[in-house]
Design a protein around this ligand. Structure first.
Ligand SMILES: NC(=O)c1ccc[n+]([C@@H]2O[C@H](COP(=O)([O-])OP(=O)(O)OC[C@H]3O[C@@H](n4cnc5c(N)ncnc54)[C@H](O)[C@@H]3O)[C@@H](O)[C@H]2O)c1
Length: 480
């Protein structure tokens, strides 16, 4: 680990720093408004003119707690939106790259967006800048960015490249950014490390948490987040290894859930028993229909691919992926085991986003499940509190697919209700009203949001993941 001296950043500088953030998606936009909230001046650049116009007009474009409030506070003042990366490069000291790094056909991260941004920055670089990888990238990307900028004729003295991976979670992105468990800064020069330490000083010094209207979260003036000072390669690996480990934890508990079903045990009891062990921890031990989203699937694949290219046997990650794919098929079998045949069945589906409290449907297991059920000939009435507009863009319009205004509208006259996303509001439904709405009182819960006994008391047949089926009528369903 590198050990740069950050002691002079125990008090943030009085002057705001000039920061550019390239990409105004889930990470870029959140980073931009949070840097402004920390006192800096930010230019947020996107090459999508429609996005830039919408953001200038106050539309957040994504569903994220606190985002409207912060955008409103800083829009067109401390955060400016534009498409002109050259202008942003000229004006700013640090340029954070937060563009997408999607999965390519081979499983590798597609780094063409990062490369395009690096080339564009190189064209206008005339004074010292720190270029920061905020996007999730494989190890060695830092060196490639440096090489690309040098190839475009920029002298090595004029820039540094730093890795500062982002760990925010969609749904709680703003609070996560301002209250991180850790801030990782991977840099190979003291000068670049110092600028990053200065940028994050309002958090690491704890002064941000003294602001009367600060966004609340786990950190405080007494317990500010630590800044971890590493090499660039270590920082790149920290991000991939963290996401791969979390995905592994989910697949592990899903495999345990399947074992519990076979043994007629209860995975919630098992997970609690495991999670109370501080060496294991309770988080990410929630069984379900598998992980999804724009990060875990692609990051596991990219990490596996990097290991393969470097001759390292990491086939453990193939098993993580295999269990994840299997989990969705298992859930489909569970629906079939409860309903006997699927063709012509009318199903209520709660949840389309990849997890609760977000409108993101990228790699959503719920969307995949809907596609599988439609292919089986079911008709579906779906409800999601935020993701229906996005779902309409990826699910082809069909006579047997309807979007409803509420969970109860979706449930009306349905043969069964399926819970596919862990939205908080789905855990507190009016069970009497739900029972009245459904044609058959069958709930198949892919997120274990309810206590089986409570469901039985309300007259439901209730199937969940890794727990015995609960039914008011003995032997009505069986888990195959
Ligand atoms: N979404 C998350 O929860 C999350 C969390 C941590 C890390 N990450 C990583 O952060 C990165 C960004 O993820 P995201 O979810 O914000 O992606 P996103 O797709 O929501 O946003 C990317 C943005 O970059 C813009 N863009 C693409 N090329 C550009 C260019 N040449 N110039 C300017 N703008 C350009 C796009 O228009 C888009 O607005 C990815 O590497 C991702 O893995 C994401």
């Amino acid at each position: 680990m590198t050990n740069h001296d950050f002691s002079r950043f125990s008090v943030p500088s009085a002057e705001p720093l000039q920061i550019a953030v390239v990409g105004s998606g889930y990470v870029g936009l959140v980073a931009a408004v949070c840097f402004a909230e920390m006192g800096h001046e930010v230019i947020c650049v996107d090459n999508d003119q429609r996005k830039v116009d919408a953001l200038k007009g106050g539309d957040t474009l994504i569903h994220e707690l606190h985002l409207p409030e912060l955008l409103n506070r800083y829009r067109n003042t401390r955060v400016r939106f534009m498409t002109d990366l050259a202008e942003a490069t000229r004006e700013c000291q640090a340029i954070f790259i937060a563009v997408g790094t999607p999965q390519s056909e081979t499983g590798d991260a597609d780094l063409s967006y990062v490369e395009a941004v690096a080339c564009e920055i190189a064209r206008t670089l005339t004074s010292y800048k720190v270029i920061v990888e905020k996007s999730t990238v494989p190890v060695y990307t830092n060196e490639w960015i440096r090489r690309v900028i040098e190839r475009n004729g920029v002298h090595r003295e004029l820039f540094d490249v730093v890795s500062n991976p982002e760990f925010l979670r969609e749904g709680t992105a703003v609070a996560d950014f301002l209250h991180p468990d850790r801030i990782v800064v991977g840099s190979d020069t003291p000068r670049a490390a110092a600028l990053l330490a200065e940028i994050y000083a309002p958090l690491t010094s704890g002064t941000y948490y003294q602001k009367p209207d600060h966004i609340r979260g786990a950190c405080s003036t007494a317990a500010p987040p630590p800044l971890l000072d590493t090499s660039t390669k270590s920082a790149e690996i920290i991000k991939h290894a963290s996401n791969a480990f979390l995905a592994l934890k989910i697949s592990f508990i899903n495999a345990v859930a399947n074992l519990c079903e076979a043994a007629d045990a209860n995975v919630e009891q098992v997970a609690r028993g495991m999670g109370l062990d501080r060496r294991i921890g309770a988080r990410f031990l929630r069984p379900g229909i598998g992980y999804g989203g724009s990060c875990f699937p692609k990051d596991v694949a990219a990490f596996r691919s990097v290991a393969e290219q470097m001759g390292v046997d990491f086939t453990l990650l193939c098993e993580v992926e295999k269990i994840n794919v299997g989990q969705k098929k298992r859930f489909l079998s569970k629906v079939r085991s409860a309903l006997w045949t699927l063709r012509g069945k009318r199903l209520a589906v709660l949840g389309l986003s990849f997890k609760g409290e977000t409108d993101d449907i990228r790699e959503s297991p719920a969307i995949e499940m809907v596609k599988m059920l439609l292919a089986e000939g079911c008709s579906i009435s779906a409800f999601d509190p935020a993701a229906m507009d996005r779902a309409r863009q990826v699910l082809p319009p069909a006579a047997n697919l309807a979007y409803e205004e509420s969970a109860y509208d979706a449930a009306r006259d349905a043969d069964a209700l399926l819970i596919l996303t862990d939205w908080q509001e789905f855990a507190t439904l009016d069970l009497a009203l739900l029972h009245k709405s459904l044609r058959y009182a069958i709930v198949i819960d892919g997120r274990n949001l309810y206590d089986p006994q409570v469901m039985v008391q309300h007259g439901f047949t209730y199937l969940s993941v890794g727990r015995p089926a609960a039914t008011p009528v003995r032997d009505f369903v069986s888990i195959s």
